[in-house]
Design a protein around this ligand. Structure first.
Ligand code: ARG
Length: 496
């Protein structure tokens, strides 16, 4: 005979294959403790409004705490005969304390609001873990950025030498992008941390529940008010995947650069052994494969987003079993994001920067063409387009010689050819514009890689990071207080 709690109306148990197909018990293990917490808060509230007697509450809580201990000790064994963790826990409580008390625990609640409470509680906690990892990476970017504010490095567009910049300025660009990701995550957290409990199956309950009380006990910021919305909507879960996908798109591009720069042809950086692998056959190999996985696994997060969007689009209002698909993509998404952030932080903190090589590439390049053209605007008062034509003419005629080898006579000759007259520029001009460091110094525009400007930006970003950390600590503090509050209430009722 089936031990199922939910099949009193039905004569037969689910067919074995159907049960395996149907159950969410395995993906539910991640919300095992959240399910216990949610039930404890709900039942404490039911006691306070006079629905569950004190002794019954004590026994329910005791059974739930026994299950928590079994879970923490790794003694829980589940199987597909349970539709989900909600059925498993209620069955086990009834097994332990009998139906008289145990049969009260699910009063005034449906699995439809219950599962949303559990998942929201789990996700909010993991979002804070994501935020914490992200704060760590942001700090690393600032630290290494500061270290390399003067480390000359080529900047590329279309994969071609574009302008000379610095590694520090480059790292700061990722600080800024990832700091926006952090904002998005904390904004999303606000919408996750809302309480659907008390919505019942879809239309509320006649039991005189107190939704404000469970909201408090579980540390939610507010109630998801409309009972249909509370049980039907998955937009908040989609948003979690969306902000994760955007974050991964940033990490993936950063990973791509670092992978390229590890190539011998670039030789700009070398990852620490701790973040590299080798080959089974080629003994010389050192592969930046951890970063390749950050990039590769980005697609898992993108597909989690697509999976969630596709899941909801045709489901009519109200709970349908389709919505059981909310959890697996969310779990995958959070795992990849947290893992990638940790890897990225570790790889960047420990990588070796080959500043000499970076500088050499910068010196040998033609990127000073822009600087030279701009210098002609400033020093000889030429319209930019004419200066551009002169320099383009020169680059074409250099035939492999570097711009630094250009003589002032050749420059004036080019001017005469294009403008019909000399410009009379200073003799030292070429040397000045083709020195990478001086080239940077000349770029005083706001947000440019000029080291002084970079240092100004870094100082400002330390302040931004401090504020973000403060906001994060506040959220985490509020959550810990709520957990403490529930713990205290539970202990008090355990005493009877
Ligand atoms: N196991 C379901 C899920 O994960 C939750 C319960 C709702 N099921 C139901 N038949 N009303 O979404």
């Amino acid at each position: 005979m089936s031990r199922s709690l939910y099949r009193s109306r039905l004569k037969a148990a689910l067919e074995e294959e159907a049960a395996r197909f149907h159950t969410s018990i395995y993906e539910d293990l991640r919300i095992f403790e959240e399910d216990i917490d949610g039930t404890e808060a709900h039942d404490i509230m039911l006691h306070e409004v006079g629905i569950i007697p004190r002794e019954a509450l004590r026994r329910i809580i005791q059974a739930l705490e026994e299950l928590r201990a079994e879970w923490r000790e790794g003694r829980i064994e589940v199987s597909p005969e349970y539709e989900d963790v909600h059925e498993y826990i209620e069955s086990r409580v009834i097994e332990k304390i009998g139906i008289e008390a145990g049969g009260m625990m699910h009063t005034g609640r449906s699995r439809n609001d219950q599962v949303m409470v559990d998942v929201r509680m789990r996700v909010r906690r993991e979002l804070l873990e994501v935020a914490e990892e992200l704060l760590g990476l942001l700090e690393t970017l600032l630290r290494r950025g500061e270290e390399h504010a003067e480390t000359v490095m080529m900047l590329y567009t279309h994969g071609q030498h574009a302008q000379v910049g610095t590694l520090g300025h480059y790292l700061l660009s990722y600080f800024d992008a990832l700091q926006r990701d952090l904002e998005r995550i904390l904004e999303c957290y606000r919408r996750v941390n809302q309480n659907p409990l008390g919505a019942g199956p879809i239309g509320g309950t006649s039991i005189p529940i107190d939704r404000q009380r469970t909201t408090e006990l579980l540390g939610f910021d507010e109630i998801v008010e409309n009972s249909i919305d509370a049980t039907s909507s998955r937009d908040w879960a989609i948003e979690v995947a969306a902000v994760s996908a955007i974050l991964m798109s940033t990490l993936s591009r950063l990973a791509s650069d670092l992978i390229l720069w590890s190539m011998r042809e670039y030789g700009y950086i070398e990852l620490a052994d701790e973040y590299s692998t080798s080959s089974s056959i080629m003994p010389q190999k050192k592969n930046p494969s951890t970063l390749e996985l950050v990039r590769g696994r980005t697609s898992e997060v993108y597909s989690a987003l697509e999976e969630l969007l596709a899941m909801v689009k045709g489901v009519p209002t109200g709970y349908y079993q389709d919505l059981q698909g909310t959890k697996p993509p969310l779990w995958r998404c959070l795992d990849v994001v947290k893992g990638s952030l940790r890897i990225m932080n570790g790889a960047i903190s420990t990588m070796t920067v080959k500043a000499e090589r970076m500088r050499r590439v910068a010196e040998e390049s033609y990127t000073y063409a822009v600087d030279l053209a701009e210098a002609l605007v400033v020093e000889a008062g030429l319209p930019f387009r004419e200066a551009y034509r002169i320099v383009a003419h020169i680059v074409r005629s250099l035939k492999g010689r570097s711009l630094r080898e250009l003589t002032i006579e050749e420059l004036e000759a080019a001017a005469r050819e294009i403008l019909g007259k000399s410009m009379g520029v200073r003799r030292t001009l070429i040397e000045e514009v083709t020195d990478p460091y001086r080239s940077l110094e000349r770029r005083a525009s706001r947000g440019s890689p000029r080291p002084e400007e970079t240092r100004r930006m870094i100082a400002e970003r330390w302040r931004i990071l401090g504020e973000a950390r403060g906001d994060f600590e506040k959220l985490r503090g509020r959550l810990r207080e709520a957990e403490e509050r529930l713990r205290k209430a539970v202990e008090q009722y355990l005493k009877g």
